[in-house]
Design a protein. Structure first.
Ligand SMILES: C[S@@+](CC[C@H](N)C(=O)[O-])C[C@H]1O[C@@H](n2cnc3c(N)ncnc32)[C@H](O)[C@@H]1O
Length: 307
């Protein structure tokens, strides 16, 4: 599945990376500024229009199907939950008070606001998103939610605007599949994590080859379908980045909402939502605490090679 782009970076879909980024930015820019919402994963507008696909932001049933509780939904002001996820990463992250959390592709900020409740005022949550309209919307939502321990940064998850070894937990919800360079996303997550920190990601993974014409379809890539990678590829990317305790667990129950993403094809034939986890090893107790390994094996911090 993972190929090479002409300049040597990894390309995970059949689209050139720049086209992929453009399709993703356009789609999520539209969603961020669409007050009627109508947003969701999947690439079938008719499924969205009849409310069966991810619904609108008032459709709590979809959020519950992803794993959010009614309390989660009620605890965040309307406008942050755009129903764009495929799981509930905060529920699997096991957050503690005072921790620093980074959300890759934070969208309207829903998962950031939930994480902020868990880490409390002593902790902080940073959301990173490459779509300016989405960051603007998330910042407005932060004001609405009076979430003073949440901030949003404009940037790409392949080039995180975050310092080395400064984060305890990296979360993400239905975003890594959209990246044209997933190995780099995991290397960046590893770089910014403190030793002993971990990733807790909800994302779609590939279970069967998507027909070639769909893999190169920008709207299918941007809709969280055609850019998904198979579990063995993702495991290798996490391990190569330096993570240990790597675990990728498909969630069979996601079939029900993934089916709703398209009224003409059953997308659950190709993708399933999964829980993706890994840990950045803590230094051996015999090692000096002043010399933690903050950089993935073979990857210098601040690696500036680009797609
Ligand atoms: C499917 S939405 C998920 C949003 C949010 N995580 C949620 O669950 O509601 C994908 C989000 O990731 C952002 N995104 C996609 N690819 C990205 C990348 N390479 N770097 C930064 N943000 C990205 C998009 O702009 C969009 O806001």
């Amino acid at each position: 599945m993972t190929g090479e782009s002409p300049d040597g970076s990894a390309a995970d879909s059949a689209l050139p990376p720049s086209e992929q980024r453009q399709a993703v930015r356009e789609r999520y820019g539209r969603i961020a500024t669409d007050t009627d919402d109508g947003s969701c994963c999947g690439d079938d507008p008719s499924a969205r229009d009849d409310g069966s696909c991810c619904g609108d932001s008032s459709d709590d049933a979809h959020a519950r199907a992803l794993g959010y509780s009614s309390d989660d939904i009620d605890s965040v002001a309307e406008g942050a939950n755009l129903n764009l996820g495929c799981g509930n990463p905060t529920a699997i992250a096991g957050l503690d008070e005072g921790e620093t959390v980074l959300d890759l592709g934070s969208g309207g900020g829903f998962d950031c606001f939930l994480a902020a409740q868990e880490v409390g005022p002593a902790g902080q949550v940073i959301g990173v998103d490459m779509t300016p309209e989405m960051v603007e919307r998330a910042r407005a939502n932060a004001a609405e939610n009076e979430a003073s321990n949440v901030s949003f940064r404009l940037g790409e998850i392949e080039h995180l605007p975050v310092a080395d070894a400064s984060v305890d937990v990296v979360i993400s919800n239905c975003v890594v599949n959209l990246s044209p360079d997933k190995p780099r996303v995991f290397r960046e997550a590893y770089r910014v994590l403190r030793p002993g920190g971990h990733v807790a990601i909800s994302d779609v993974v590939l279970t069967a080859e998507i027909p070639g014409d769909r893999r190169a379809d920008p709207s299918s890539v941007a809709a969280c379908v055609a850019g998904a990678a198979p579990i063995p590829d993702l495991e290798a990317m996490l391990t190569d980045a330096g993570f240990t305790d790597v675990s990728i667990e498909p969630k069979a129950e996601s079939e029900t909402f993934i089916r709703d993403w398209d009224s003409e094809r059953d997308l659950s034939d190709y993708i399933v939502a999964a829980r993706i986890e890994g840990r950045k090893p803590a230094p051996e107790s015999s090692e000096s605490p002043e010399s933690p390994a903050t950089t993935a094996p073979g990857h210098a911090s601040g690696d500036s090679s680009d797609e």
